[in-house]
Ligand binder design. Sequence first.
Ligand code: EPZ
Length: 423
Amino acid sequence: MDAILVTGNGPLSGKIPIAGAKNAALALMPATLLSEEPLTLTNAPRLSDIKTMSDLLRSLGSEVTSLNDDLVLALSSQNLDNLTADYDIVRKMRASNLVLGPMLARAGQAVVSLPGGCAIGARPMDIHITALEALGAKIDLKDGYLHARAPAKGLIGARHEMRFASVGATENFVMAATLANGTSQLVNAAREPEIVDLVECLRKMGAQIEGEGSPVITIQGVDRLHGATHPVVSDRIELGTYMLVPAIAGGEVELVGGRMNLVTAFCEKLDEAGIDVSETANGLRVKRRNGAVKSVDVKTEVFPGFPTDLQAQMMALMCAAQGVSSLEETIFENRFMHAPELMRMGANIEVHGGTARVSGVENLKGAPVMATDLRASVSLILAGLAAKGETLVSRVYHLDRGYEKLEQKLQAVGAKIERVAGK
Ligand code: EPZ
């Protein structure tokens, strides 16, 4: 397995381009199942998760073609000849569960493996199940698979309030409701930019939806959806991750394609920590205000709060900040796997349940560390940029799921970083 070798190399400056959002693309791709006409996605991210989703859709009978150096995905689902999403694909990527809603709406049935646990938590499917049952679906669990069936005349529009604003359950419900009979209303809907992007694409396909980005989304079912072309929204988590490069290492970096309104809560915390973020003609420019980084307290929340997907990266910054910070993780039950690895680099972290207390240290020291999940692994890379000496991050297949050309993007701003063949 490959590893990445990072050597602390002082302040970093230059430009980093931001790609299309992984978590938007993984919801947009299954939308192809809702129509017999072609769906074209541009600004697609080039990531292993996208290839996994492509393989899954192909296994169901969709055609998925990558064009223009994988920046364009051409999808077409004229006839679905398999309605089962196999465990061996779903266990690799939880987002595979996003074929459930569209398959139910289009084909009236679906068999989708439960994803199984992952490093950051149990990640059950109960919110997805109750949401789709509200539309009239019958869903049974058998041999680790969800067996779902719509009523003979199709799903039935309904009002449903979710117990928690689940991103995936919102996406499954909204996609299913586009073809339901009648009107549906989802209350306590997730408000993430990736939901807004999905709705904008569905609307181009002929769906009648209002309220995206607010806690209440209303969907008027239609008989069929047609094809569309849609650009994937910019990746706010990749953006936030790379905004921390000049914060943790010093220097000044422009994030090309970044938009402030995608990372508002995150920017408020950076401002508190003494990091300046300004809008440029092409994106965002980030640098320390006056040399020091101050410790700040962080609590992850659903959008528009501080994103859980940036918690690990923020912890890396706090390890090298001046003072003591508290990071409270409220979305996942086990998302501090990066803490023991950061401690191998000299970080001072105490984890008590869902809260980590971080006392900033003068210098992090390079060390061999292990990636455990996507965002934990990139937090180790960030720490390595600031550490004295060499940091070898192993199991970087986690990284390749969510960060395209990571070494090249960091080399472009002066980082000493390379991929080495695993031991
Ligand atoms: C999406 O996952 C993202 N993935 C995650 O990003 C992100 O961390 C998460 O939203 C929260 O923002 C994609 O969009 C592909 P949830 P999702 O349903 O939809 C619990 C990354 O690093 N829950 O909002 O799976 C669940 O266990 C990934 O890019 C239930 O209990 O997240 C978790 O604790 C990681 N029952 C919380 O809700 C359910 O039926 C949030 O889950 C569903 C979820």
